[in-house]
Design a protein around this ligand. Sequence first.
Ligand SMILES: NC(=O)c1ccc[n+]([C@@H]2O[C@H](COP(=O)([O-])OP(=O)(O)OC[C@H]3O[C@@H](n4cnc5c(N)ncnc54)[C@H](O)[C@@H]3O)[C@@H](O)[C@H]2O)c1
Length: 333
Amino acid sequence: MKVLLTGGLGFIGSHIVRKFIASDWCTHLINLDNMSYGSNTNNVKDVETNKKYTFVYGDIRDYELLTKLVKDVDIVINAAAETHVDRSIANPGPFVETNVVGTFNLLEACRRNDVKLFMQISTDEVYGDAVCGESFNEEDTFKPSNPYSATKAAADCLVMAYNRTYGLNTIITRSTNNFGPYQHPEKFIPKTIIRAALGLSVPVYGTGKQIRDWIYVEDHVEAVELVLLKAKGGKIYNVSAGNEFSNLDIVKQILSIMGKPTSLIEHVEDRPGHDVRYSLDSSLIRRELGWVPRHSLFEALKKTVEWYMKNEWWWRPLADERALHPTPWRLEW
Ligand SMILES: NC(=O)c1ccc[n+]([C@@H]2O[C@H](COP(=O)([O-])OP(=O)(O)OC[C@H]3O[C@@H](n4cnc5c(N)ncnc54)[C@H](O)[C@@H]3O)[C@@H](O)[C@H]2O)c1
């Protein structure tokens, strides 16, 4: 099967590229990416010359380009997005353009060119925060808290509508917070590792008691592949490894793995609209498709710390003052 993947130079996209190229079922993968700041050609350096791989520099806001590309593929997977919550607070416009209009363009191109399957890589953030001890399932209503999650929720609505109205064969996965190799230094776990490695203070928003549900990126990508190959059209699957920890706990675990003191922790001004707790019920994918995450949180954190320590060549050019800023939502973008 031929795949068009968008956002394949980003964090999760690059893991999808690697996994799919190595599979038997994927005969060719086209990676469409506009090479915005979150992308990195070094993320796919190891597969660049693979005969099954083609890179196309382009934008999901470019409808003409999309119509050309989808003609030649069976499956379209949309992993391209503006993804940094702090940036969406400072400047939401690009989030609407890429996450909403870009997804709309892809859906239009797919339905007009009879693409067999459209898959949207979505997020648990569409449900908002789970303050009352609940875990959201796929039927729960959207309650996004920030411009990033609002645009992801809008994109999911479009995907669901294209399935219902036009009969486009669609699948949505909504995973919890990912971490692992090749994640941009501006994100919480890499920033913690890198700042600690550099002997800098490690910022924690507010009290640090906000709870996130963490998943190792390889476990997420295994779920994506399974859903793609086994799920029925129109389905939506939550993807969670059930690792609910406070931000402060995660920072302490990382510092302990790195042998660094907790005195590096610096509580900084909280992000506006900060979700208190994320929690996903992913029993559906486990029950219907038999997916189980293979990594424990501690083991995956250890692997991630080791990867960043061994791959300074990768993160050093990206780890500038802005990326490592303690309160990036206060910056002008
Ligand atoms: N990282 C997480 O924890 C997480 C969790 C759940 C869901 N997701 C979703 O997974 C997807 C990938 O996330 P990520 O963390 O890998 O993001 P990322 O920021 O690392 O990568 C996004 C990629 O999309 C590309 N891109 C951005 N705008 C584009 C455009 N207009 N046209 C073409 N390419 C464009 C970027 O250049 C980049 O390579 C996103 O849809 C995100 O919402 C991420």
